[in-house]
Design a protein around this ligand. Structure first.
Ligand code: ARG
Length: 459
């Protein structure tokens, strides 16, 4: 196929250059955005008298027909077309003749591609946000069922203090709420229209950039034409928001993997969301969680690709920037895939409450509460800490727990101890009396759930 830019050249491009240069295999997914942008551009050109009303009509009809044919599969992408922009324009010209050749007046592929990506990513942000919200709602629903489910909270992966499963889940809800905020923020900054920047230096035609911006539901035009075509911050910001989502999913996945192990057994995955081994008949593996954890690296890599691609690029457009699409598309596809599989895996898992409770009973996670008991009776916290540490040491030596250690042993270390110490170190009481704002006490977690449901919606 003859190149649209063939005029200046005496030779056809080498076939290897054609293949190397071509982006249609991955930018064809923006065909709808490309056509929508072109319709807005043609509408503006006609409104400003740059093309005739008749040309506009033909262009809009032609583009609408192409869109319908691409949607239905009646028209296939030509792999020889350099990119989606060239493909649509060539197809339009083949269909409507000269009017099609007028579409590219006062426009360059540089502002066209910058527009298409923004339009595409804007929609994708909505899709990813909906998936994040769905996961958030699932967390809230599960948390409501587990406000009394005692489990050990950990630091250094060592049992630390008693919490509830609901409290643990709501920590992830907090992360997802921030993820939503980051997505919205990236979407807001992205929502300026680069169309009309031209190749880099605007145009001599009397275009109306405010009009195209508003036709395409942008908040306004990008103010500097060089910036309009050379900026890919919006890919990087979105890439970074997506990387943070994966970071959260990978932490959650790691915990799920641990919880499914015989060592923990806090959770049992539904058979439909687990996999077996080809050799070990007993195995039930948390492959989904492992893959989510593994795919996190890809999304980090995509972000790094984008950052590195943009590093030191002189203004304005450079072909390096064509590499933006595969990276950001991969990041989006991966995050969507992970969110859509992770949510039902979590939602269908069986929570093994008794095992959580038994684990909480070991590991002296009520030691802080024992120290607090003394402190509340007037013993300075540091002294109380030391006394309790000694008690724990005694328990370890004798194979006891704080609950089973006889009162006289307590009293031997401090006369302040009374029978009511056992109530103070009762695991349920320990979790439920941690009623400081944000804590695991039931009423606190219920407040966290209510706040989160406002963000995510109810399941
Ligand atoms: N396929 C190109 C890209 O994705 C479109 C812009 C091409 N512009 C140019 N001056 N070669 O970046």
């Amino acid at each position: 196929m003859a190149k649209m830019w063939a005029g200046r050249f005496k030779k056809e491009a080498d076939s290897r250059v054609n293949d190397f240069n071509s982006s249609i295999s991955f930018d064809s997914r923006m065909y709808r955005q490309d056509i929508t942008g072109s319709i807005a551009h043609a509408t503006m050109l006609a409104a400003r008298g740059i093309i005739s009303e008749q040309d506009r009509e033909q262009i809009v009809d032609g583009l609408t027909g192409i869109l319908a044919d691409l949607d239905s599969g009646a028209l296939l992408f030509d792999p020889d077309a350099e990119d989606i922009h060239m493909f649509v324009e060539a197809e339009l010209t083949a269909r409507i003749g000269d009017a099609g050749k007028r579409l590219h007046t006062a426009r360059s592929r540089n502002d066209q591609v910058a527009l298409d990506i923004r339009l595409y990513l804007r929609e994708q942000i909505d899709e990813v946000s909906a998936l994040v919200k769905a996961l958030g709602s699932t967390l809230c629903r599960m948390a409501r069922e587990h406000t009394d489910t005692i489990m050990p909270g950990y630091t250094h992966l060592q049992r630390a203090q008693p919490i509830t499963f609901a409290h643990h889940l709501m920590a992830y809800a907090g992360m997802l709420a921030r993820d939503l905020g980051r997505l919205a923020d990236a979407g807001k900054r992205m929502n300026l229209c680069p169309l009309g920047s031209g190749a880099l230096a605007g145009t001599t035609y009397p275009i109306d950039r405010e009009m195209t911006a508003s036709l395409l539901q942008f908040d306004g035009p990008v103010l500097n034409s060089l910036d309009g075509v050379s900026d890919r911050d919006f890919c990087i910001e979105l890439g970074s928001a997506l990387a943070a989502i994966m970071m959260h999913l990978s932490r959650f996945s790691e915990e799920i993997i641990l919880w499914c192990s015989w060592e923990f057994k806090f959770l049992e995955l539904d058979d439909a969301f687990a996999t077996g081994s080809s050799i070990m008949p007993q195995k039930k593996n948390p492959d989904v969680a492992e893959l989510v954890r593994g795919k996190t690296g890809r999304v980090y890599g995509d972000l790094m690709t984008l950052l590195t691609m943009m590093k030191s690029l002189p203004l304005a457009y450079n072909k390096d920037m064509q590499e933006d699409k595969e990276a950001i598309f991969d990041a989006i596809d991966t995050v969507k895939l992970c969110l859509s599989t992770f949510r039902p895996m979590l939602a269908t898992a069986r929570v093994l409450k008794d095992n959580m409770r038994n684990a909480a009973a070991k590991g002296f996670i009520n030691a802080t509460d024992c120290a607090d008991y003394l402190t509340k009776k007037g013993v300075p916290f540091r002294d109380a800490y030391k006394i309790t540490g000694t008690l724990v040491g005694i328990c370890v030596d004798r194979g006891l727990t704080l609950e089973t250690l006889p009162l006289d042993q307590y009293k031997a270390l401090s006369p302040v101890f009374e029978e009511d110490v056992y109530k103070a170190i009762d695991l349920t009481a320990c979790a439920m009396t941690r009623s400081s704002l944000g804590g695991p006490a039931k009423e606190q977690v219920l407040e966290q759930i209510e706040a989160a449901e406002k963000v995510f919606g109810e399941e």
